[in-house]
Write a protein that binds this ligand. Structure first.
Ligand SMILES: NC(=O)c1ccc[n+]([C@@H]2O[C@H](COP(=O)([O-])OP(=O)(O)OC[C@H]3O[C@@H](n4cnc5c(N)ncnc54)[C@H](OP(=O)(O)O)[C@@H]3O)[C@@H](O)[C@H]2O)c1
Length: 277
């Protein structure tokens, strides 16, 4: 079995493929459609989109046209970070479902605890309202599993007591060089799976000299090493790529990083700002 088809169990009673294909910045139309079709052809069975990416229609069309049974593909979307009321969440989710054209989503996330233009704003009560709306989407069968994204330990701790359904996932920024230990420990304590978005720091670490050097020893690239590192941390990496070569290469991650090398990678810091990175 390859990493692309292996799964982690979720607290919702279902499973999630261990590697997801990211679609942020893939343009609606040929670019996104072509990339998602290429990813599905390469063996990815998990696609990550969002209302905010404005490409749900292409994602849905690629999934439908792939010929792969719907229940073999895991599809995630997100309620926009700006939708901070029950009404807004319902309105945005209805648009997502119309755009994507699928009967159900496997996973729906609150995109961020605060609107992007107001990072850090206290939206604790608003997030509880949004969560209640999302519990309704599970009850009416349009979503299988719900979770959050970019939630810190404090954000999670304020939401959890209000939940009838516990979040199954927290999708956070995580790449080699970023210290997310506190957040990950909190998720683990609550049985929440961590998804790693931006696993290459938006491409900034794909040529990092330390990763390139270590990768060479395993016969892999820095991006492949990055994906494998996150898998061995029990996270779900969400690599994004546009180029078919990158899409295929990122699917080849069936190797094992030694404990010593995992420790070395875990101790790296500031990788995204290194010269040459
Ligand atoms: N929840 C959130 O708030 C949030 C935020 C950010 C991202 N995400 C999710 O996480 C996904 C990934 O994050 P991201 O889009 O920020 O970027 P990323 O995956 O960290 O990096 C993507 C960049 O790396 C390049 N790349 C990919 N594979 C490569 C390879 N094998 N060799 C060399 N370069 C390679 C891509 O180039 P090409 O495209 O040219 O191939 C692209 O420029 C997103 O698409 C999205 O689904 C979620």
């Amino acid at each position: 079995m390859s990493a692309l088809t292996e799964t982690f169990p979720l607290n919702s009673g279902t499973t999630i493929p261990k590697v997801g294909f990211g679609t942020w910045l893939l343009e609606e139309g040929d670019e996104c459609y072509g990339a998602v079709r290429a990813a599905l052809d390469a063996g990815y069975r998990h696609i990550d989109t969002a209302r905010a990416y404005h490409n749900e229609a292409s994602v849905g069309r690629a999934v439908r046209d792939s010929g792969i049974p719907r229940d073999e593909i895991f599809v995630t979307s997100k309620v926009p970070a700006e939708a901070k009321s029950h009404e807004a969440a319902v309105e945005q989710f209805d648009i997502s479902m119309r755009e994507i054209g699928l009967d159900y989503l496997d996973l729906l996330l609150i995109h961020a605890p605060w609107p992007w233009g107001e990072r850090g704003k206290d939206c604790r009560e608003e997030n509880k309202e949004v969560w209640r709306a999302m519990e309704g989407f599970v009850a009416d069968g349009r979503v299988r599993t719900i979770g959050v994204s970019n939630f810190s330990r404090a954000d999670l701790d304020s939401l959890l007591p209000a939940c009838t359904i516990t979040p199954a996932v927290d999708q956070i920024r995580w790449f080699i060089g970023l210290d997310v230990a506190v957040n990950v420990a909190d998720c683990t304590e609550h049985g929440i799976v961590v998804e790693a978005h931006s696993p290459f720091a938006h491409g900034r670490i794909v040529n990092h000299p330390d990763l390139v050097d270590m990768g060479r020893r395993y016969g892999v690239s820095a991006p492949q090493l990055s994906i494998r590192y996150l898998l061995q941390k029990d996270a779900v990496p969400l690599p994004k790529a546009t180029s078919p070569e990158h899409i295929r290469a990122n699917a080849e991650v069936d190797f094992e990083i030694s404990d010593d090398d995992m420790a070395t990678l875990g101790a790296l810091r500031d990788t995204a700002s290194q010269p040459g990175a």
